[in-house]
Design a protein around this ligand. Structure first.
Ligand SMILES: CC(C)(COP(=O)(O)OP(=O)(O)OC[C@H]1O[C@@H](n2cnc3c(N)ncnc32)[C@H](O)[C@@H]1OP(=O)(O)O)[C@@H](O)C(=O)NCCC(=O)NCCS
Length: 173
């Protein structure tokens, strides 16, 4: 694979990022979703990453802050969503590279866990575990088998708890 550069997004990238998601997903739900997430307090510019190939943006991944509730305790962790790679460049490792770079950046920023909805096989290959197996539930009405999590710090998810996704997510999932 030729060199792929992964870096944080800038405002100049927003349109190109929209095009990545429009090409990868059916419809424009993700474009509105990303826009709404950028306008929440959970948005972390350093955790919205683009993959560049030959000077063009071919992939994007977004991680935003959500709450993880353990009894009366609540900690900030990260939700990975959405992510996309343009179809013409898929199956070349770009998606995996985006996830791995996001994990490293999340660790640097001191976050202790990441949760994802969808494509559990893909994420398990990258070290995520089924949320159910760690007794981690979710406040959205979706199939629990679709949720995977990764502890960035051992024991971060303790004996389990609940992922509290914001209303921006319930409009998409
Ligand atoms: C899922 C996606 C981000 C993967 O990106 P990628 O650059 O192809 O990923 P990689 O090359 O690192 O890994 C490829 C693996 O991803 C998984 N994958 C790729 N496309 C997939 C799809 N449409 N459905 C399910 N899994 C898929 C497969 O496990 C694949 O393995 P394979 O190449 O051995 O078949 C990309 O295909 C995509 O944008 N899909 C459409 C949007 C989407 O579903 N995003 C995920 C939302 S969380």
């Amino acid at each position: 694979m030729q060199a792929i550069t992964v870096r944080a997004e800038t405002a100049d990238d927003f349109k190109a990022i929209d095009v990545v998601h429009l090409s990868a997903f059916e419809g424009d739900d993700e474009v509105g979703f990303i826009d709404s997430l950028r306008n929440t307090s959970g948005y972390i510019p350093e955790l919205s990453l683009v993959a560049e190939f030959n000077g063009r943006i071919v992939g994007h991944i977004l991680l935003t802050r959500i709450c993880f509730q353990q009894g009366s305790k609540s900690v900030d962790i990260l939700a990975l969503a959405p992510m996309a790679v343009v179809p013409s460049q898929s199956h070349r490792g770009i998606g995996s590279e985006l996830v791995k770079t996001a994990i490293e950046e999340a660790k640097k920023q001191g976050y202790t866990a990441i949760a994802v909805i969808g494509h559990p096989e893909f994420y398990q290959r990258l070290g995520f575990k089924l949320a159910e197996d760690l007794k981690v539930g979710i406040n959205l009405s979706i199939d629990q088998d679709l949720v995977t999590v990764m502890e960035l710090e051992q024991g971060a998810l303790g004996d389990g708890g609940n992922l509290i996704y914001s209303s921006q997510f319930s409009q998409v999932y």
